[in-house]
Design a protein around this ligand. Structure first.
Ligand code: FO1
Length: 307
């Protein structure tokens, strides 16, 4: 069995690659919920949905989130009222949020609903939100104070200077049923190429999760989301710099050194492999940019062989 710590788009592609390398039913993904929000009274779990749509071959290929061939009639109608359209919810995607919200209202847990949604899309990878309890990523931005994650990420297009990040509720949150078992039993634990601070950070902040990963360090392979000093998508490089980390594979190695024995870095960073190893992390150099499903499967095979 393979367990994976997952954020959004990068993780979803990695999981797609892993699903091509081993039977999907042998993969359990522990997914970030720090990005979740309530909007229009609906519970949105963007990273869970991105992973489901990607694994179901239904994701919008242009954005990496949302559903391919989506229409936006509800957002257009909402615009008439000058309603909240800054966070774009497609007409089809809305059904997922309506269903999740209804089920949570009936007393189902987030992990139960995640399993129902994944099942309905024919996804056989086991998807677990890291916790059924609320964990919310809060960003402290210069001149703005504390703002919610999607306010930072979408409304302000992460174009603000961040001085701190915290995960509200994490201290009291319990790992969702199955999370610690998956991490304890996995042959390999993969830390997907997601933002280490705001995507993997909330997962590790739930009590028990980091310890479970650390205790299996020899089996943990992380994939760097930083290639050639830049994040492939999103603000990971800027965020790392602003929070005092080196925005390079060496910075990623330092962040994960206690958790992962091995870091996979892209060929563009081959020259930094000795510096990664100086941090005490074995460095595997391989093409890591998942430009196609084939590239994702090849990377997944490299990751599994790296353990
Ligand atoms: N990202 C955007 O940049 N703009 C959006 O309007 C937006 C809407 C959205 C709706 C549903 C969903 O599941 C994801 C959505 N995302 C949007 C992506 C999301 O903000 C990020 O992928 C993650 O939270 C970061 O991993």
């Amino acid at each position: 069995m393979i367990a994976a710590l997952a954020g959004g788009v990068g993780a979803a592609r990695m999981l797609r690659g892993l699903s091509g390398a081993v039977p999907p039913s042998e993969i359990c993904a522990v997914v970030n919920t720090g990005d979740d929000l309530v909007l229009h009274g609906l519970h949105l779990s963007p990273d869970l949905d991105t992973v489901v749509y990607t694994l179901a071959s239904a994701v919008n290929p242009d954005t990496g989130w949302g559903i391919a061939g989506e229409s936006w009639r509800v957002m257009e109608a909402l615009d008439r009222y000058r309603g909240q359209t800054w966070f774009r919810l497609g007409d089809l995607d809305l059904a997922t949020h309506l269903y999740r919200t209804q089920r949570l209202g009936e007393g189902a847990t987030l992990s139960q609903v995640a399993a129902e949604i994944a099942g309905a899309w024919g996804v056989r990878v086991q998807l677990l939100p890291v916790s059924d309890d609320p964990v919310r990523t809060i960003v402290t931005a210069e001149g703005l104070g504390d703002i919610a994650f999607q306010d930072y990420f979408v409304a302000r297009r992460h174009d603000v200077t961040v001085t701190a990040v915290r995960f509200e509720g994490a201290d009291q949150a319990r790992p969702a049923p199955g999370v610690l078992d998956a991490l304890g039993q996995a042959d390999t634990i993969v830390i997907c190429p997601s933002n280490p601070i705001v995507s993997i950070g909330p997962v590790l902040a739930v009590p028990g999760v980091a310890d479970a990963v650390r205790s299996r360090r020899d089996r943990v392979v992380a994939v760097s989301p930083i290639v050639g000093g830049r994040a492939l998508k999103g603000p990971a490089d800027r965020l790392m710099r602003e929070l005092g980390h080196d925005a390079s594979v060496v910075g990623v190695a330092r962040l994960y050194a206690e958790l992962a024995a091995t870091l996979v870095v892209d060929v563009a960073d081959a020259d930094l492999a000795p510096a990664v190893e100086d941090v005490g992390v074995r460095c595997v150099v391989a093409p890591s940019v998942m430009v196609s499903d084939e590239a994702a499967v090849t990377l997944a095979r490299t990751v599994l062989a790296a353990r």
